[in-house]
Design a protein around this ligand. Structure first.
Ligand code: LAG
Ligand code: CA
Length: 437
């Protein structure tokens, strides 16, 4: 829930996330940061007090407790590679800092001065030392290889866990040696879910696989490949991710877009022909990536545009309100959350294709999906491993909202359908059509 404030996440856990079956909600960074309206101010920490554009410590704790009661665990975005990029300024806490001095938290000897580039900034991503010990876009790089910094970061993460958080996103993990993260986490104790941001780059020495010992790792090759497949390559190339040299499915955290890629590189809500929606449905239906993430964000024009409505997230019905997109409520996305919870880790069965942009597959005898990423109708008979019966098309958001649209009747494992252009269809045994429909 990119940039949603704590009060609005709290309300959304009860109103929608919990009932829809989402297991976790990921928040923007909760700690103090430089002042400003741009979204990326959250990625310039000034201390570990939980006072940010998105709310206070009390509001954060209240949100965590309410979400957990609603069945939704909380993942906090932990910015631990660096502090600010400003030469001096004021924090959201009202205190002052300079680039290498954060009174009460860090002072000059807690930072890397890599000495490998003229301005100490990263210039060459093929150089491991530069990537990990120089400054990312001018952000003061913490000496994460020192005892004090490791201890301070561990204290911060322990404090987050004490609020009831059970998941962490380690921001900019590629810029921290994996062994430093291991050391920090060893001081924290068990964390139920960790996902690490390690952006794969061709010809770069730092590999996402180096980080799997610490927890899940974000698989950006998946993000890039989905864009390619849905816009040019063909989605019939997406049956198998097991032999590409990527992260193992159980370690891979996958997504169609995150808050960075929606601005820079991936599919996003502006993508033509419904490809973003269909790719998200695909990511929830396909078993690769033990934990898929759905981005919920807001309309933007310029890259820096900050959150609308003073960070107060809002959805009206299924659609966004006041600039919020509320992707998590789009019927085909929330409906597929139920699908994924029902099918679990069942294997792909009954893979079928039409054109290169038309695929259908089952998940054992529990669910079946068909995706028509083509500008023409797909009329076909589909073969499934599902029990005979009348199913809701959960692409309409069922069963939470009842069975929207016509049910799909499976007989002898088969059904026929006319799938309209650029839409999908999904059924599972947890969403049977009510009798008489
Ligand atoms: C991340 N992963 O490694 C975050 O996902 C990403 O959103 C963060 O960058 C980055 N690492 C640092 O945590 C974002 C923006 C940057 C922004 C930075 C710090 O993408 O654009 O940089 O947060 O706020 C901004 C300016 C830069 C400037 C820098 C320092 O855009 O031009 O050099 O601040 O003043
Ligand atoms: Ca670093």
């Amino acid at each position: 829930m990119f940039e949603w404030n704590w009060n609005s996440i709290k309300a959304e856990c009860v109103a929608f996330l919990g009932p829809a079956g989402y297991g976790y909600v990921q928040t923007s960074p909760p700690n103090a940061h430089i002042v400003g309206k741009q979204w990326w101010t959250a990625y310039q920490p000034t201390s570990y007090d939980l006072v940010s554009n998105r709310g206070t410590r009390e509001e954060f704790i209240d949100m965590v407790n309410t979400c957990k009661t609603a069945g939704v665990q909380v993942i906090a975005d932990a910015v631990v590679n660096h502090m600010s990029g400003a030469s001096a300024g004021t924090s959201t806490l009202g205190t002052n800092f300079t680039h290498y001095d954060y009174p009460g938290t860090y002072s000059a000897n807690d930072f890397h001065y890599c000495g490998l580039t003229p301005d100490n900034n990263i210039a060459d991503y093929t150089n491991r030392d530069q990537v990990q010990k120089c400054q990312l876009v001018g952000l003061a790089d913490l000496a994460t290889d020192t005892d004090y910094v490791q201890g301070r970061l561990a204290d911060y993460l322990k404090d987050l866990l004490s609020t009831g958080v059970t998941g962490l996103r380690i921001d900019a993990a590629k810029h921290i040696a994996s062994s430093d993260i291991t050391n920090i986490l060893s001081r924290v104790g068990p964390v139920p879910y960790i996902t690490q941001e390690v952006i794969y780059g061709d010809n770069e020495p730092i590999q996402p696989s180096e980080y799997v010992a610490n927890g899940a790792v974000q698989e950006f090759r998946y993000t890039n490949t989905l864009k390619w497949a849905f816009t040019e390559g063909g989605i019939d190339t997406l049956q198998d991710f097991g032999n590409r040299g990527w992260l193992d499915s159980k370690s891979a955290n996958v997504f169609v877009a995150n808050h960075d890629t929606e601005r820079d590189s991936s599919l996003n809500y502006k993508s033509a022909m419904n490809t973003y929606y269909l790719a998200t449905i695909f990511s929830l239906a396909h078993p690769y990536g033990a934990n898929p993430t759905v981005l919920s964000s807001y309309f933007f024009e310029a890259r820096d545009d900050g959150a609308p409505n003073n960070w107060q997230g809002a959805c009206q019905g299924i659609s966004g309100d006041k600039g919020w997109l509320c992707q998590h409520r789009w019927p085909g996305i929330s409906g597929l959350v139920g699908f994924r919870n029902t099918v679990g880790d069942s294997e792909i069965t009954n893979w079928q294709t039409g054109t290169h942009q038309q695929i259908a597959f089952g998940r054992g005898n529990l669910g079946f999906v068909a995706i028509n990423n083509e500008s023409a109708q797909w009329s076909a008979e589909f073969t499934t491993s599902l029990p005979d019966g009348s199913y809701c098309n959960v692409n309409g958001g069922a069963p939470r909202d009842g069975c929207m649209g016509s049910p799909i009747t499976i007989s002898g494992g088969k059904f026929t359908a006319n799938i309209t252009p650029r839409t999908a269809l999904a059924v599972h045994v947890g969403a049977m059509a009510p009798a008489g429909l």
